[in-house]
Design a protein around this ligand. Structure first.
Ligand SMILES: Cc1cc2nc3c(=O)[nH]c(=O)nc-3n(C[C@H](O)[C@H](O)[C@H](O)COP(=O)(O)O)c2cc1C
Length: 203
């Protein structure tokens, strides 16, 4: 047996899963978003740091707060998507290590005393969690439209500055991801990927 999961799972997660720009008028429940998070949270991060923080924008009011930060090419499709997630990272993630890494109560100090290490660790691991997020979204039946075409500073000011969402400016946006049920009839042909020998070496 070549794979441990069946063909349908491979298609849903990777082979037939596309990046979507057009959305069917089908709502996404809060329960589905909770199931998405309850899967993605199991993906590994260094020292179990789990630095990703996610804002799910699913009301017109929340979407309007995002609109001024979007690039022109991402505006319309984001306003039309049932949900847009701000996938962000907490540079003070180490405050939760006593819970997340309980067998080593020194772990907090590795990062609390080294801002550069904390930032690198937060960004690396939250980006990994962003990939787990996309995979989990597909498994709960959602299509994704990830985007980096936006002004991070504007998003951080609007959603993560002191006094807003109580995160005191320690959370920063990484990328956005539209979520919903994509209109497969509007997809362009898929672009190729690099072959094994173009991207990998066996040493
Ligand atoms: C982190 C990230 C950022 C992206 N940013 C944008 C973006 O700003 N605007 C956009 O239209 N597509 C964006 N894309 C979509 C990619 O171009 C798309 O996922 C890629 O071409 C693969 O398409 P496929 O999944 O249909 O094969 C982004 C994708 C990722 C993963």
């Amino acid at each position: 047996m070549d794979y441990l999961v069946n063909d349908e799972a491979l298609d849903v997660i990777f082979r037939k899963a596309r990046t979507h720009n057009e959305w069917l008028p089908k709502p996404v429940s809060d329960d589905t978003l909770r199931r998405l998070y309850d899967l993605m949270k199991w993906g590994p991060t260094s020292a179990n740091s789990s630095p990703a923080r996610i804002l799910f924008l699913r009301t017109p009011e929340a979407k309007q707060r995002l609109a001024p930060a979007l690039s022109a090419g991402n505006l319309d499709k984001t306003m039309k998507a049932p949900v847009t997630a701000i996938v962000a990272y907490d540079i003070a993630f180490y405050e939760k290590l006593p819970k997340l890494f309980p067998h080593n109560q020194d772990a907090r100090s590795w990062f609390a005393n080294n801002a550069a290490l904390a930032e690198t660790t937060a960004f690396r691991n939250a980006t990994l969690q962003g990939a787990y997020f996309i995979i989990a979204a597909r498994i709960v039946g959602l299509d994704c439209g990830p985007m980096s075409g936006f002004n991070n500073a504007k998003v951080d000011e609007e959603f993560f500055s002191a006094g807003k969402e109580a995160s005191l400016g320690r959370v920063r946006s990484n990328f956005l991801c539209n979520l919903g049920h994509g209109d497969a009839t509007k997809l362009m042909p898929r672009n190729p990927r690099l072959d094994f020998d173009e991207a990998c070496q066996l040493l």
